[in-house]
Ligand binder design. Structure first.
Ligand SMILES: *[C@@H]1O[C@H](CO)[C@@H](O)[C@H](O)[C@H]1NC(C)=O
Ligand SMILES: *[C@@H]1O[C@H](CO)[C@@H](O)[C@H](O)[C@H]1NC(C)=O
Length: 336
């Protein structure tokens, strides 16, 4: 099932300061979602993307934005810091864990309202879409729902002999070690695999039914909290199960066991993203079986690409700052 490709040896510097699923996570989540969008939803999404900008590009924008001074306020929106006690007890509590500058749950509520607000300028609704595409991914990464050791950022482990932190292992290093670099071809191939597994009922039916049982876009933080709690459960059940992972080599048993969790989390995130967007646009999630199979053909217009001509001034400014920021931090990967 999984092709074992040789580990890509990245310079150690690249392992630092990651803060989100890598490209495999985010781009696959977005592309997979595009396969389950109802036709009306596809049209809606396309009107909030520029011509030439794919849904996959849009899904990684929020990470780059968080790393420029202008976007720094949105950094805390990429996670929720559950102050639980893994591996003994796990759980996300909104009032306890969502800090004053906002968290992924409040940000999703906010952006879900903003994308629907017809009084807002187009560029702001387009940004709300980019945040939603990104946050639906992050909220399914277990260590984006955990406060302990700053979501694993402070836990140094070894992976094939290289020292990395546990957070980046879950963001990207583990999956990239199995699937290779997140090239477009690799992302499309992973998306196809996950889509096949969904459509062929490979996932445990009782677990799969939970993928679509909370997609109420009018219920404020209810559903984002359900998703965050689902991801957070893995922190106790797998990620920090043995407590003392610090300094250990995670290649082999640990990484092998993590891979299916990562893949299923990505599949779940993409499927829910489609349902969330369908709900926003049509009031139905569009994910019942017959529609899924039909949607896979209708909505799956390859790499969903924008229709909007021209780039708004505000986005041009932001893009310029991101580019300058990237030049300034050359050598330090701002994880997509
Ligand atoms: C929603 O986000 C906007 C920025 O995009 C911010 O100005 C506003 O305060 C946020 N509202 C809440 C309730 O978080
Ligand atoms: C969605 O949430 C709203 C607000 O809590 C509620 O009134 C509505 O009944 C919910 N819809 C469904 C289908 O559960």
């Amino acid at each position: 099932m999984h092709l074992l490709t040789p580990l890509l040896l990245l310079p150690p510097l690249l392992a630092q300061q990651t803060q989100a699923w890598g490209f495999y996570g985010h781009k696959t989540v977005a592309l997979l979602a595009s396969r389950y969008l109802l036709p009306e939803t596809s049209t809606f999404v396309q009107t909030f993307l520029y011509r030439g900008q794919t849904i996959m590009d849009a899904a990684v924008w929020a990470d780059r934005y968080a790393h420029i001074p202008l976007g720094r306020y949105s950094k805390t929106w990429h996670y929720i810091d559950a102050k639980d006690d893994p591996p003994r007890s796990c759980g996300v509590m909104y009032s306890r864990d969502c800090g004053g500058s906002g968290c992924i749950v409040s940000a999703l509520v906010n952006m879900t309202a903003r994308i629907q607000d017809e009084e807002l300028p187009w560029a702001q609704r387009a940004q709300a879409l980019r945040f939603i595409l990104h946050f639906l991914g992050d909220i399914h990464q277990p260590l984006h729902t955990e406060h302990a050791s700053l979501g694993g950022n402070l836990i140094k482990v070894h992976f094939h002999g290289t020292e990395i932190n546990l957070h980046s292992a879950w963001d990207s290093r583990i999956i990239e070690s199995f699937l290779g670099k997140p090239t477009e071809r690799g992302i499309i191939s992973l998306t196809n695999t996950l889509e096949d597994r969904i459509n062929n009922g490979i996932y445990n039916p009782s677990a799969f039914s939970t993928w679509k049982n909370c997609l109420n876009t009018s219920a404020e933080e209810t559903c984002p909290l359900v998703w965050a709690n689902g991801a957070n459960r893995w922190v106790c059940e797998y990620v920090l199960k043995d407590g003392d992972i610090k300094g250990k080599e995670i290649a082999g048993e640990y990484a092998d066991g993590a891979l299916p969790i990562i893949e299923e989390s990505i599949a779940m995130a993409g499927f829910r993203l489609a349902g969330w967007l369908n709900m926003l646009v049509t009031g139905r999630d569009g994910l019942d079986e017959e529609e899924v199979l039909r949607g896979a053909k209708v909505g799956g217009a390859g790499v969903l690409e924008g229709t909007r001509e021209g780039v708004e001034e505000v986005d041009r400014v932001i893009d310029r700052m991101i580019e300058e920021g990237e030049r300034r931090f050359e050598g330090v990967r701002v994880q997509g």
